[in-house]
Design a protein around this ligand. Structure first.
Ligand SMILES: [Zn+2]
Ligand SMILES: [Zn+2]
Length: 154
């Protein structure tokens, strides 16, 4: 394969390596998610988020699936507790947390901020900021104004 050609698969793992993840092709979308659920589950102020068609995602190893509701099934490792993926069965899509793919050649390039209305941090980075999701992803498409500076919100 020529060196500058994007590989068609990326492989990743959880924190301890017991879970393996493979994604095929580029994600359908990449964003930074600010939602309350991601913040609680990842124990982090923001979440790097990329979504693939579920048919393009393979996950194997000892898993725990936590479902807040029938639209979401968050997959973590039964050994280390590391966060790996979030199945969206209603739309046949799967979020794979791109940091699990770090080192596999996958470059996380967020195109927008999603659920920005729920944020604890502001980002002055000129990326589009959606109150929930873009319309093409089933959201309202409502935008939030660019902040003056990056930082924790008061
Ligand atoms: Zn693990
Ligand atoms: Zn989220």
């Amino acid at each position: 394969m020529p060196v500058n050609e994007e590989p068609s698969e990326h492989h990743g793992s959880c924190y301890c390596g017991a879970i393996s993840v493979t994604v095929k092709g580029p994600p359908r979308a990449s964003a930074i998610c600010h939602c309350h659920s991601c913040r609680k589950w990842h124990a982090a102020p923001i979440n790097a988020w990329s979504i693939w068609k579920s048919a393009d995602v393979t996950i194997s190893g000892p898993m725990i699936t936590s479902s807040e509701n029938e639209a979401s099934g968050r997959v973590s490792c039964a050994k280390c507790g590391g966060c790996v993926a979030n199945h969206k069965p209603k739309v046949n899509m799967t979020v794979v947390y791109p940091m699990t793919l770090a080192g596999s050649g996958f470059a996380f390039e967020p195109a927008s901020h999603i659920f920005y209305s729920e944020r604890v941090m502001d980002f002055a980075d000129d990326l589009p900021k959606f109150a929930d999701m873009p319309e093409r992803m089933g959201g309202s498409g409502e935008r939030v104004e660019e902040p003056a500076k990056t930082g924790w919100r008061a």
